[in-house]
Design a protein around this ligand. Sequence first.
Ligand code: MSP
Length: 672
Amino acid sequence: MTQDKKTFYITTPIYYPSGKLTIGNSYTTIAADTLARYKRNEGFDVFFLTGTDEHGLKIEQKAEAKHMKPQEYVDMMASDIKKLWKLLEISNDKFIRTTDDYHVAAVQKIVEKLIAQGDIYLGEYTGWYSVDDEEYFTESQLAEVYRDKDGKVSGGLAPSGHEVTLVKEPSYFFKMGKYADRLLKYYEDNPTFIEPEIRKNEMVNNFIKPGLEDLAVSRTSFTWGVPVPSDPKHVVYVWVDALLNYITALGYMSDDDSLFKKYWPANVQFVGKEIVRFHTIYWPIILMALGIDLPKQVFGHGWLLMKDGKMSKSKGNVVYPEMLVNRYGLDSLRYYLMRAMPFGNDGMFTPEDYIDKINYDLANDLGNLLNRTISMINKYDDGKVVSVKAVTEFDTALEGAYETTLTDYRKHMDKFEFPDALASVWAFISRANKYIDETKPWVLAKDADKKEELDSVLGHLAEGLRLIALLISPVMTQSPIKMFAQLGLDYDNDKSLKFGDTVVGKTVTSDPTPIFPRLDAKEEVEYIKNKMAEEKAKNGSGKLSKSAQAKAKAQSESEDEYPKEISFDDFSKVKMVVTEILDVKRAANADKLLQFTLDDGTGIDRQILSSMYEFYPNFKELIGKKVVAVINLKPRKIRGEWSNGMLLSTEAGDDVKLVLVDNSHKNGAILG
Ligand code: MSP
């Protein structure tokens, strides 16, 4: 009965919607999804939570740079993140946004409760704050300090390398120190609370033993956050707001906390190694103060690195999941991420490795096994699976190999050793390929006396493939369905993990198609590298051809944020005047360019080239109209013609229009 099922609650960190998510963020989510799917396969009643962390100064600034209200901005970004998780077939049961009303209300109640019980008190904060990390630092925690001429500290860098600024403001503080001993005791009594072990030592030695300082948990210098109800000029520190999502999502402090009662405490919380501290010090202490059980485990996984270090937009070494999925399919990405590196360690993404894994593991090993098996069943048994009754020792050995694989696989999956679990499945795939070579069905088929042996071999292979499909199904979401379809099986049933006779009597497809076509390694490595270079060029430093670089840069500039403020001097450097279009024609050798002859009031015609043909196919209608031109831009030669300035236009998505002014403005009149 479902009520008796054991529950399993798994969470991912909630993501900052401050930029497009990369394969790095996708890594955490795909790992959690893999575990959720595995646990469901194993019969657990799983609750899998992910979401977005939408408050804080960083978000407020991003929104401002895009000239949007913070709420509009996070709505847009959260919707993109949801789209991405749909593309990656993430099977989360809930998506929480920290701007959701129920979350905000619960956070407010929790903070008031903690103030009332004396765990949170009002004081004054002085220290260093990194907006990018949303983190406060004491001077001694800074990786680098800047000093003024008198030797006074004037700024510095956080351990992440981000700039910090001095903050001095009234703030509510959480009495973390009060709980330090209880926390250490909890670590001792629950040795697997923090995994891997090395992360625990880091927490104890670097943070708890030196003395836990009280944590500033409110800010008054910006407003994009959850206001403290009894003192609303304060908003709750974004990390406290964010951490609470794991319980508010279940209805804690709401009218209906049945999910909280059912699923809390979390069985495991997956987090990247850089945020283990928040999850294994602040988070458990907040829970202790609330009198709530602590999560059973926090697992700090490693980073997916690039050759030049961690993926970051500023380094221009970012790989986005959409590009890989669109070109190579979802399963290769999911397989790659779960196979490439042990979950607790760092690993490196290289295009070569990505393509090799598709070619060797997926196309060769798995794809060929399926293809060979189905072709032989068609050829020797008219497409029908006849029997799986073991006849020879090869058959029993294959069954034994499966038992070993299943045991290993479960052992590894239970410990989140995803690459090892996959390796045990691939060991069975190799074993099955070898079994074909050992039993030689093409030889058995020539001897009528060997019919029983032949049927058994083909049945063993089909059953083996059914089981392989099931074992990889937590990681790969599409191939198992294709494999079942090719084997004539029903994906909603036929799911027992026991080696048996499920396949007997089934008819395989008469037209097997490879589930992973083999790729041209050289060409595809080039493709990925080029895509990465395009991203890099958007940040200005790629190894692309000049024109591709210009294109990427132009695209990125249009997406780029403007500086928050410019001086009046900056503005007044640009000379804009009203001009009249005397003539316009298409520029020679250029599809998109129009060549304008303009009267700018000087008596000398001015020529400007502008990419407007696409938007004004009937461009002759523009003659006689007045437009705004920037006239002190350095002249440039475009396709052999000089362009002396730039025409102003507006752009709203695909809609581009010249800025026209009415005829009452004199030619040469200055704008400003
Ligand atoms: N908002 C906070 C988490 C709050 S949880 C209460 C946050 N968000 S994040 O968007 O910056 O990061 C979310 C997760 O993505 C982290 O676990 C982080 O480690 C992970 N990754 C981001 N880039 C990564 C790699 N390149 N490799 C692996 N995971 C990385 O922190």
